[in-house]
Design a protein around this ligand. Structure first.
Ligand code: ADP
Length: 174
């Protein structure tokens, strides 16, 4: 039984993540999507919201589980009886960081390995942060995220224009 863990913030999940999930499921019998609490990043969606969104989208795929985790990734991976960490690679800029993380994780847990799956070129530019930014500015993320995520972003960024004295408008969140 080959079990792997795919960790990330998934704030929110995108078609780029889903592509990695589908391809990882071809390689492993079980995949655990590990939704991280990152104390250094201010998340748009809470960990519960992110887990719920992912479960709704991928819940029916066999061999797949969604869990939240905090703390050291290697500790979580070992506790789940998995031997592999799955990561996606988009660009050379991802490689620098991921290479360092993979080596650090190997130092911490020599029996665990990291497997990198290369993004499809149509998702190479896609990140959760760009999705958040586009949605916050009122742009369409239709091609980038599943419909339920698009709707959650719309609700989160629902804005009410408020007139100000110089005739311009400031935008306030509800
Ligand atoms: P981000 O906020 O950069 O989208 P996450 O922490 O949610 O990142 O990413 C989790 C994992 O998914 C990382 O290994 C990341 O490289 C990978 N990933 C994110 N977006 C893509 C994409 N468009 N194509 C391939 N891998 C991706």
């Amino acid at each position: 039984m080959k079990r792997a863990v795919y960790p990330g913030s998934f704030d929110p999940i995108t078609y780029g993540h889903l592509d990695i999930i589908d391809r990882a499921l071809q390689l492993f019998d079980e995949l655990i999507i590990a939704v991280a609490v990152n104390p250094n990043k201010r998340a748009l969606f809470s960990q519960e919201e992110r887990c719920r969104m992912i479960t709704e989208i991928v819940g029916n795929r066999s061999g797949l589980r969604v869990e939240s985790f905090s703390g050291l990734l290697v500790t979580f991976v070992a506790a789940r009886g998995a031997a592999t960490i799955v990561k996606g690679l988009r660009a050379v800029s991802d490689f620098e960081f991921e290479f360092q993380m993979a080596l650090l994780n190997r130092q911490l847990a020599p029996t665990l390995d990291t497997v990198f799956l290369m993004t499809q070129d149509r998702y190479a530019f896609l990140s959760s942060s760009s999705v958040r930014e586009i949605a916050s500015l009122g742009g369409s993320v239709h091609q980038l995220v599943p419909p339920s995520v698009e709707e959650a972003l719309r609700v989160r960024f629902e804005v009410t224009p408020t007139p100000v004295s110089n005739g311009a408008h400031v935008v306030e969140r509800d």
